[in-house]
Each structure stands twice: as structure tokens, then as C-alpha cells.
Write a protein that binds this ligand. Structure first.
Ligand code: NAP
Length: 245
């Protein structure tokens, strides 16, 4: 099959088209014919692009680990999907990714693609949605009625985070680019602040949760706005320079 892969020298960041053997699904995996792949700009710099799981150097890594496509074949113990099913999801970062004709994924890492969703839209969802879910549900412990500020609400992760918080019955306030205001209101935000003209700290108090998708000084500005026991989650602050007092 055709694939876009990193160079043959371990650690090479030279992405090129190569011919490689079709992957074959192990027992609990499915083989997916890729229709669309999500691209993460920083991925080529990540450990898993240049190293195998055992720490040895990795060459010819195929990037792009979120995708949408059609199940081509299934492993001997796979039970959830059959060939021909439209699916989307992710695969392990140490496996070859989906900038290729085919990729394999564990059944637990994919779901059926609704007919209403295009392959292109579906391939853009998994990592942004997972990031929003882990931040708000696992770490932010959101619950119905919480007042939640999402900073960077109009971006890939922010739009997912808004929908996850609304689904959980939270009252959501967005700080976002004005171009996204109408969309954010349609998704259920109570207030949308234009980050270019409205500093959120001048307008808000008594927040239960802050979700930061921007970094910089967001955490320091947001902390005084939290209620006692409030939570702040960041996916963007630089751990070396972020300070919160
Ligand atoms: N995408 C992912 O799957 C993912 C996963 C994990 C972590 N991350 C990290 O999460 C962060 C956000 O990623 P993303 O993919 O969601 O970004 P994105 O799609 O580029 O969206 C960023 C959004 O934030 C807006 N913005 C810029 N400055 C702002 C500010 N001060 N206050 C409020 N909104 C502001 C931008 O508006 P303008 O159009 O006006 O610039 C844009 O709409 C990045 O640091 C990224 O590395 C992303």
C-alpha cells in the first residue's frame, strides 16, 4: 500500500510517500481502509514518532493517528464490527498511523460513524474530543449546575469541551474569537466573551471550573475567579513557566 512515512533513518523528519506491506489485523484489531486522517502538527516531534515502545530507535513511522474509514477485514476474535462498516477513531501512537491506504486499530479504539457525519469531519474529532473529555470529566470533575469557563472555546478542543460541558448540564461561559460567537451560542453557551476586547476576569466570578486551551497567563488570571473547591485544568500552559499564586 501507499503511505506517507518518516525517512528510513531513525529520527528523520523527512515525510515522503513510500510503498509498504498492507498491515494485517491481530486478534482484537480491525483493518480500516482510510478515507480521512486527522493531522496533528507537532506529532513528528513526539517520542513515539522516533522511538518504539521498547525505547529502540524507530524509522519509517507513519503518522496520523485519528482517522475515519471503512472496515476492510477483522481479527479472529474481533466481534464488534464487520467488513463494510463505516468507523472512526484512533490507534496506538506506536503503531503505524493513517496517512496510508490502510491502518489497523483495536476494536475498543473505534466506533461506528454516523451517516450524518462525513469522513473528513469524523477524522477531526477523536483527539480533540478525548482531550476535552479528559480535561473536564476526569480532571475537572464537572457536574450538572457547575459554572464552567472555557478559554479558547472556539478552537478544535474548545468546541468539543463546550459540548461535553453542556451535555453534563453545566452552565458554560466561552472566551473565544468573535468569529465563533454564533456557533458557541448555538452549542449552548450562556455567555460568549470576545477575548480580543473583553478580559474574562473583568466579567466573571464564582466559577466552579476553568478549562484553559490557550496557556500564557490564563491560569493566573482565572484562579481568583474560582469558588472554594473550584478546579482549573489546562491543556496548553507551559509547565516550565506557568506560575499560579
Ligand atoms: N487539537 C487537539 O487535539 C489538541 C490536543 C491536545 C492539546 N492541544 C493543545 O491545546 C491548545 C489548543 O489547541 P486547539 O487545536 O484547540 O487550537 P485551535 O484550533 O488553533 O484554536 C485556538 C482558538 O483559540 C482562539 N484564541 C486565541 N487566543 C485566545 C485567547 N487569548 N483567548 C481565547 N481564545 C483565543 C483562536 O482564535 P483566533 O482565530 O482569533 O486566533 C482559536 O479560535 C494548543 O496548545 C494545542 O497544542 C490540542
Amino acid at each position: 500500500m501507499k503511505a506517507f512515512a518518516l525517512g528510513s533513518k531513525a529520527g528523520s523528519f523527512d515525510l515522503r510517500e513510500i510503498d509498504i506491506a498492507d498491515p494485517s489485523p491481530s486478534t482484537d484489531q480491525v483493518l480500516v481502509r482510510v478515507h480521512a486522517v486527522g493531522v496533528t502538527p507537532t506529532e513528528l516531534l513526539w517520542y513515539s514518532s522516533t522511538h518504539n515502545k521498547d525505547g529502540s530507535a524507530r524509522a519509517n513511522a507513519v503518522p496520523g493517528h485519528e482517522f475515519s474509514g471503512i472496515v476492510e477485514s477483522i481479527g479472529s476474535q474481533a466481534t464488534d464490527f464487520v467488513p463494510g462498516d463505516a468507523v472512526f477513531g484512533m490507534n496506538d501512537w506506536f503503531l503505524d498511523g493513517a496517512t496510508a491506504d490502510f491502518c489497523v486499530a483495536s476494536e475498543k479504539d473505534i466506533v461506528a460513524k454516523p451517516a450524518s457525519l462525513s469522513h473528513t469531519d469524523a477524522a477531526a474529532i477523536p483527539i480533540a474530543a478525548l482531550t476535552g473529555w479528559q480535561g473536564l470529566v476526569d480532571h475537572g470533575r464537572i457536574k450538572a449546575g457547575d459554572r464552567v469557563l472555557i478559554v479558547g472555546a472556539g478552537g478544535s478542543v474548545g468546541l468539543m469541551a463546550v459540548q461535553i460541558a453542556v451535555m453534563h448540564g453545566c452552565r458554560v461561559i466561552a472566551s473565544a474569537s468573535p468569529s465563533q460567537a454564533d456557533t458557541l451560542k448555538e452549542l449552548g453557551c450562556e455567555h460568549v466573551l470576545d477575548y480580543k476586547t473583553q478580559a474574562f476576569e473583568d466579567h466573571l466570578k464564582d466559577l466552579d471550573v476553568v478549562f484553559d486551551a490557550i496557556g500564557s497567563d490564563t491560569l493566573a488570571r482565572a484562579k481568583p475567579l474560582l469558588v472554594e473547591g473550584g478546579r482549573m485544568v489546562t491543556i496548553a500552559a507551559d509547565p516550565k513557566t506557568a506560575t499560579i499564586r
